[in-house]
Design a protein around this ligand. Structure first.
Ligand SMILES: C[S@@+](CC[C@H](N)C(=O)[O-])C[C@H]1O[C@@H](n2cnc3c(N)ncnc32)[C@H](O)[C@@H]1O
Length: 381
């Protein structure tokens, strides 16, 4: 591997600047923000430190080629031009994940298949044998992204996407992605040195990500990374990661301030408890069932961060009901002196119904849903 690799970390739209700032804080020198991610250069230690510590990136990719392609033939030829023999052996396994945007092809599976065929044929020609495909646990995961006619082919350093932190024990309705929750906390300026409160915590994602920050835990601490299985680099990556994890273990501390949550749905509270336990954060977070419209504030000052229900736009009377809910929420939270607030809302009716003046706003995407993160200053009291 060259000493400094060009890498590309992907992030939810609207959070790229937060990821660029995070990578810079992790000691990465040259970062360049792009739409949907951040380009940077890193040596193997820096790259693996970024994989282990990033809270905001969804994937870290090593781009191998970019080409303009037409039709199925074009896909095959562009993929066959890449020197895969530098990254794979006949004995290693591989898989191809494809994503499409505004492409002439309708099925990502078709694009993945063409790229896979090209890789297999090239390796058979170069090495006399081809590696097997293992779509679940490949040694090398290839990522193909086709935007219009621009095909980019990369290797994925992480394997499983980074938002799969491994603590989501129970499925719940409309959870925030872990990486987006971490981006929201970063945008709100949360560094773990003040109380944190989510009065509509659902599965607990914001609280868990907050507790990771407060306890200085590396989010990748208990996972493996795809690069550990790469035939030419795996052994070196394992050694580097073992050292980085040992250093990370020394930084852990108990949460210095209370992290608390409520939800009026007892099933959500039970799911959040299970997730918190799975994440090993039971001593850092306290939860109870409760109503955000009447709950008294925890002792101030602190950061209230929350992601209220968006409501069902299709349901008769749904929007009217949501406006009334946001209005009551605004009335009640106006009594929370000393709490600054960060609210992720996916309902355009929220801001006016909440009737407080935000100090900051940012658009971000919760998957396909366009949301707004509104920041409110603490009220004196
Ligand atoms: C969009 S979900 C929050 C998802 C959460 N951020 C997560 O990652 O899982 C909204 C949550 O608000 C809760 N909720 C709705 N009305 C509430 C109220 N009056 N008091 C407390 N919780 C409420 C719902 O039960 C639901 O869990």
């Amino acid at each position: 591997m060259a000493q400094r690799l060009p890498l590309y970390a992907t992030a939810a739209r609207g959070t790229e600047d937060l990821l660029a700032a995070e990578l810079t804080a992790l000691g990465i020198g040259k970062v360049r923000q792009d739409r949907g991610g951040v380009r940077f250069f890193a040596n193997p230690i820096e790259a693996l430190r970024a994989c282990l510590w990033t809270r905001i990136a969804m994937r870290v990719l090593y781009p191998l080629s970019e080409a303009t392609v037409h039709g199925a033939e074009g896909l095959y030829e562009a993929a066959a031009d890449v020197p895969w023999e530098e990254h794979l052996t006949a004995e290693s396994t591989f898989a191809v994940d494809a994503t499409l945007k505004d492409s002439e092809h309708r099925h990502s599976g078709f694009v993945a298949l063409k790229v896979k065929d090209a890789i297999a044929d090239r390796l058979r020609a170069k090495l006399g044998a081809r590696p097997d495909v293992d779509s679940r646990h490949p040694a090398v995961r290839v990522v193909a992204h086709l935007a219009g006619e621009a095909l980019s082919l990369s290797l994925d350093l992480c394997g499983e996407p980074l938002y799969r932190r491994g603590y989501r024990a129970v499925p719940t309705v409309a959870p925030l992605k872990e990486t987006l929750a971490a981006a929201v906390l970063a945008a709100a300026g949360y560094v773990g040195e003040e109380p944190l409160f989510d009065p509509m915590c659902g599965s607990g994602t914001l609280l868990i990500e907050g507790a990771f920050i407060a306890t200085r835990r590396a989010p990748g601490m208990s996972r493996h990374f795809g690069v550990e299985g790469w035939p030419h680099l795996g052994a070196q990556a394992k050694e580097i990661l073992a050292d980085l994890k040992a250093d990370a273990r020394k930084l852990k501390r108990p949460a210095p301030f209370p992290i608390t949550g409520l939800d009026r749905d007892e099933d959500a509270v039970a799911a959040a408890r299970k997730n918190i336990e799975t994440a090993g954060l039971a001593p850092s977070i306290s939860l109870e069932p409760g109503d955000a419209l009447t709950a008294p504030p925890p002792p101030a000052p602190g950061l209230l961060v929350t992601n209220p229900p968006y409501g069902d736009r299709m349901k008769a009377g749904g929007q009217k009901g949501m406006k009334a809910f946001y209005f009551k929420l605004g009335e009640h939270l106006a009594t929370y002196a000393g709490w600054r607030m960060a609210v992720v809302s996916g309902n355009t009716a929220f801001e006016s119904a909440f009737h407080a003046r935000p100090l900051s706003r940012r658009k971000l995407w919760n998957g396909p849903i366009e949301c707004e993160l509104l920041g409110y200053p603490a009220r004196p009291g």
